[in-house]
Write a protein that binds this ligand. Structure first.
Ligand SMILES: [Zn+2]
Length: 482
């Protein structure tokens, strides 16, 4: 018997609830020993000792943390088929590999394979909404494959349509793209739609027709802005001057921008999707939260691509706290000062990973646990883990202690999709077969040498500095082995 058949109410009993509601700003709001009742696709009630309908399924949340499902606002899901391949890449190597050399090898079934695995992986990690920044859609068949994959997995996704093989003005004008929008963008609550393209700063503003298309289609634009050497202040200025900086716009990275660009983003109501791990490794610029906090720009978090990083937001929260604090200390030390109180707190990154994502997507009904909101939620609880107790500071626990293996239960739209650490109704073996097919295909198309070279970029020569001190005997002994 399926305990979690569709439509059956669910009550999570006795967890520490992080509601992430409007009162979050008043302090680190948490509700100990509290129940959450889900009826249909909504949260019906949050409180202690709730009465539940007789047919409700009970989930014991005691000792655990119940929080809103996490929201990732920028993930190139199609690239998940190459998990870990680019671990040692820079952004330049990424551009060469995907844009110039091998991105066009991906067939529709390869996009399907990557998207399916990425969608499953997100649910497993408690990421209930993902913006699929899908710039591998070189034909509409690729786009149909991407959408099919997202609709085959019971999470909430936003297909941000893009095509890195063509200029945005071109693909947004193509009749088959318009036909795709008519066929596939149907108002499905679990599959949103945006346009994804970058603004390169050409004074002729060739991206203008793509913005006009977005406006005509009523779709928000997401754009990599403030990427060192690729997109910068010129692009922001063009968008601003032509009236395309709108409240729904998501600026990804925003890591190499001037204060003037931050002022424009703040004034026009957009938000920034920060991919800290990406900015740290790939080189878009220093992860920007330290800078943008001073501008009051709304923030959401993202992980960018599994070609490098793990598809969960625990890592994103952890990396973001670390990068922000690291910068804060460094800036203070440069002035001879000492930071005695951290500016960025654990509860703030939990807010960015939940409510911040909902705000970026214009979804008031997501990102918090309140009656009437959509029931996208996560129970973090792992009784077998020595890291699960004591649970003293739940926000610190989520940001610095927890990981995907601690995700016990996940609900999306009121449906239980993971319970007792196991995904429900997901065919992982089929997803694995698809991805293996893609890897095999890419490897044989590229040839073994190019495949290996792509994964193992050359290491630049490093020169050991001259050392004015004389080696000790111990070191002298060891030098003959060098
Ligand atoms: Zn990206």
């Amino acid at each position: 018997m399926n305990d979690f058949e569709a439509g059956r109410p669910v009550v999570l009993r006795g967890g520490t609830v992080l509601p992430m509601d409007e009162r979050q700003g008043e302090g680190r709001r948490m509700l100990p020993r509290t129940d959450v009742l889900v009826i249909g696709d909504r949260i019906a009630a949050v409180g202690p000792g709730l009465a539940a309908p007789p047919d409700a399924v009970e989930i014991d949340a005691s000792g655990g943390i119940v929080m809103p499902g996490m929201i990732d606002t920028h993930r190139h899901m199609w690239q998940t088929a190459l998990r870990g391949y680019g671990a040692d890449w820079t952004l330049t190597q990424y551009f060469v590999w995907f844009y110039l050399e091998h991105g066009k090898l991906f067939r529709p079934e390869d996009v399907h394979a990557g998207n399916t695995l990425a969608a499953i992986e997100a649910l497993d990690a408690g990421v209930t909404t993902v913006v699929d920044w899908s710039h591998g859609l070189q034909t509409v068949d690729h786009a149909d494959a991407a959408a099919d994959a997202l609709q085959s997995v019971p999470g909430r996704y936003v297909l941000a349509y893009g095509n890195l093989q063509q200029a945005p003005a071109e693909w947004t004008a193509a009749p088959e793209f318009r036909d795709f929008v008519r066929r596939r963008v149907t108002g499905d609550d679990l599959l949103g739609f945006q346009l994804a393209f970058d603004v390169l700063g050409d004074p002729a503003f060739p991206e203008k027709p793509a913005f006009e298309a977005a406006r005509e289609l009523g779709a928000a634009v997401t754009t990599h802005a403030g990427v060192w050497g690729a997109t910068g202040d010129d692009g922001i200025k063009l968008m601003y001057e032509h009236g395309f900086m709108t409240p729904g716009t998501i600026y990804v990275h925003a890591a190499s921008l001037s204060a003037d660009s931050y002022h424009r983003i703040a004034a026009t109501g957009g938000s920034i999707s920060v991919s800290t791990e990406s900015e740290q490794s790939a080189g878009q610029g220093y992860p920007p939260t330290w800078s943008i906090r001073a501008h009051g720009i709304p923030v959401s978090l993202s992980m960018d691509t599994s070609v490098w990083w793990s598809g969960d937001l625990f890592s994103a929260m952890r990396a973001t706290l670390g990068a922000d604090r690291s910068r804060e200390h460094l800036e203070a030390h440069a002035k001879g000062d000492t930071v005695t109180h951290c500016g960025l707190r654990a509860d703030q990154v939990v807010e960015w990973a939940t409510r911040g994502g909902a705000r970026a997507l214009g979804r008031d009904d997501l990102g918090s646990l309140e009656p009437g909101k959509k029931a996208d939620l996560v129970l973090i609880k792992n009784d077998l883990s020595p890291v699960s107790f004591p649970l003293l500071n739940p926000f610190g626990h989520v940001a610095f202690q927890a990981q995907r293996g601690d995700v016990h239960t996940v609900l999306v739209n009121g449906r239980v999709v993971k319970h007792e650490h196991r995904l429900l109704g997901i065919d992982l073996a089929a997803a694995r077969r698809e991805v293996e097919g893609t890897v095999e295909y890419l490897r044989s198309e590229m040839g073994e040498e190019a495949w290996e070279q792509g994964m193992n970029p050359d290491i630049p020569a490093t020169k050991l500095l001259d050392n004015p001190y004389t080696y000790t005997d111990y070191r002298s002994d060891s030098t003959h082995r060098l």
